[in-house]
Design a binder for this molecule. Sequence first.
Ligand SMILES: [Zn+2]
Length: 250
Amino acid sequence: MRLGMIFRMPKKPKKAVRMRVRIAVCIFFGLLISLLTAFVPAVFGNVAYVGFESSTFYIECKNPPRYLGDLIPEFRAAVWCAPNEPRYGWQNWLDSSISYEVYYYGEPFIEWDRTVHGDIPPYFSIRRGSFGFPFKCMYADELGVANGAGSYTLTFFDNCKARSGLRLGVPISGLKSPMVDRILPMTFHWGGLSLNVLIYSGVCGLFFVLPTVIRRMCRDRDGLCAECGYKIEELLVCPECGRAACLAVD
Ligand SMILES: [Zn+2]
């Protein structure tokens, strides 16, 4: 009895450890694939096709970016944009993994006169590009400001960039789409990321489970124990591992 326990002891934790390793591997690949669904469209998607006139919709926005705080005027409105020239096949998938929201602050398109407006521009915009599939899981912001403040604009922009940090993403050097710089997003939509990781981890999990399910089905069909492969024919319980046999019904 004791001897049996000693011999059996190491077996059980092994199975649990294997399970934990599998779950970790699934989550790792789920995360990796989720990140790729954001990075690949950011690098190869046609961000130049995003139109601001033909496919622009005002959206209800309760939670505009406020990380620039008192540097910029009050939030006014937000619009949603999407690629306006549909492409086909895998390119269509790339474009559908990209969407843009533009947040407007202050009054639109007013010249910045510092004797009137001071150090806060009368107009400001944040264009947020979101990437990911099926849910948008990463984003990068682009800042736009009213003209007219001359060299002060640069100082102002430096202040904004310092506050924005990684929200502005990382420019991909050498890669330019016709209209805009390509930016690699570096910040997360946590909700979208969680859902994508869940979905892709689940798909990875299927790849672990599927071979076992198929092997068991094959063993059942061949009159073998589904668990250990011992030939059980019409026995009710496998003499090798003690598993109850699945009785075939004719
Ligand atoms: Zn067995």
